[in-house]
Ligand binder design. Structure first.
Ligand SMILES: [Zn+2]
Length: 454
């Protein structure tokens, strides 16, 4: 070890949820900031013997859990909270989302990323799968968003959109081959950054042409990564596809070479039994966004059927103006509640399953070596306050985390072995700066926003 390399840290806590969701009293996790990995985990006594040289830290009366993974977000949408909150999807899109392309600058994209990233970190999210489609026929906007999330210390899976649909603002649209080249260029630019992975993101079945979807799958193959795509979020998308003669969503993707273990399908609310069997057979994955699906009135995804077929599922918040919370703690609870309401059975989808979909299973969805406090995994972890009422009593910790805990309990967050939240405060961004920046963006929006229709 060179003299300047940071020493491994041995972090003691009253409790920890180690691999396989095993709750350990008086625990310790040893992390190496030089590699960003977990070195060891177990009881504090064992760790003190095995890692006597590590720098000892006592985090006190907290429970350590693996960092939560947000499988789907659009960070700039946090600036669009409010005006469209009680509209139909079409009116929200046409009166709020699309017109925002008239005023959003690079600075706003950066501010939106800081705002969304701040909320996510403070609610225990350590990895975000951003889906970014305001590309301006280049990568400058994307880099502003990535760099803002990186500044906060978040781990970023950055889905760079490939969008060539006809009706969206021109700032979203690109020729598929140009988008393909730009995805590869962006991936290349961040190739040496351990916290950033760029993913191809053909927008959706309705806003990406067959060529764009095919090229998205191909780019993922080239990068050795997954790709991500919106699928069957609203009913009209599936009906439209059938009108055009497709046999179904899965068959359509399969025909484009885009149904494989590299495919991360976002939403899937309107996938039918035949689609789901094909998704399972091809080992494609799903990101379930229960709150956003409910907020927009899109429906309830067939999560139960997905799980029975063995499809790997992650949880996502979706954008800040279609949820409107960026909290995976909330999505775990929401995912369970919606299935139970739908199927009128209080035993369906358990707390351990929901917790896995937010951590270990989500990591599998994105082929990320994270999601568990286990040697060799990435050192992304969260400490929640055991003196928070939402975590009492603490005998059934996983249950408490899924059903009664809230982001209020998040005290510390570590990503890649480094502190990013301490004492419930962001390490890399002052709250005053964030508030000032958001106000500046809103002032610009007010000047440039068209008058609302009479
Ligand atoms: Zn989305």
């Amino acid at each position: 070890m060179t003299p300047s390399a940071p020493r491994p840290r041995r972090i003691r806590a009253a409790r920890a949820l180690l691999a396989d969701q095993r709750a350990v009293h008086d625990a310790a996790v040893v992390v190496d900031p030089a590699t960003g990995r977990i070195v060891d985990a177990g009881t504090a006594a064992d760790m003190a013997v095995r890692h006597a040289d590590a720098a000892a830290e006592d985090w006190g009366e907290v429970v350590l859990i693996p960092g939560l993974i947000n499988g789907h977000a659009h960070t700039f949408q946090s600036l669009l909270r409010g005006p469209g909150d009680d509209l139909t999807f079409e009116r929200w899109r046409d009166e709020v989302l699309y017109p925002s392309a008239r005023w959003l600058t690079e600075e706003d994209v950066e501010t939106g990323a800081l705002l969304a990233g701040a909320e996510m970190l403070l609610s225990g999210i350590t990895t975000v799968a951003e889906f970014f489609y305001l590309n301006d026929q280049g990568n400058d906007m994307a880099m502003r968003a990535i760099d803002a999330l990186r500044r906060l210390g978040l781990r970023v899976l950055f889905g760079r959109a490939m969008y060539d649909g006809p009706i969206a603002p021109s700032r979203y649209r690109e020729r598929p081959l140009d988008a393909y080249d730009r995805v590869l260029a962006l991936a290349n630019r961040y190739a040496d950054d351990p916290l950033v992975r760029v993913l191809p993101a053909p927008h959706s079945l309705h806003a990406a042409s067959p060529e764009a979807i095919r090229l998205g799958a191909e780019a993922a193959e080239r990068l050795g990564s997954v790709f991500t795509i919106h699928v069957a979020e609203a009913r009209y998308e599936v009906e439209e596809l059938r009108r055009q003669g497709a046999r179904g969503v899965a068959a359509y993707l399969e025909g484009l070479g885009a149904l494989s273990p590299r495919a991360v399908l976002v939403h899937g609310v309107w996938l039918d039994e035949r689609d789901l069997r094909a998704v399972a057979a091809r080992e494609a994955r799903v990101v379930h966004n229960p709150s956003a699906n409910a907020f927009l009135g899109d429906g309830v995804a067939p999560l139960l059927a997905m799980r029975r077929l063995g499809i790997r599922v992650a949880l996502g918040t979706d954008g800040g103006c279609t949820n409107n919370r960026l909290s995976i703690l909330d999505e775990m609870r929401q995912a369970v509640l919606m299935q139970r309401a739908l199927h009128t059975d209080g035993s369906l989808v358990t707390a351990p399953e929901a917790f896995a979909m937010a951590t270990s299973e989500a990591a599998q969805v994105f082929a990320l070596e994270a999601g568990e406090l286990r040697p060799g995994k990435l050192a992304d972890l969260v400490a929640l306050d055991l003196e928070d009422p939402g975590l009492m009593p603490e005998e059934h910790l996983v249950s408490a985390l899924v059903y009664s805990a809230s982001p209020r309990a998040v005290r510390r967050v570590m990503v890649h072995g480094r502190d990013v939240v301490v004492d419930g405060r962001l390490v890399h961004l002052e709250r005053e700066e964030l508030r000032r920046r958001v106000a500046r963006s809103m002032a610009r929006a007010a000047r440039l926003r068209p008058d609302p229709p009479a």
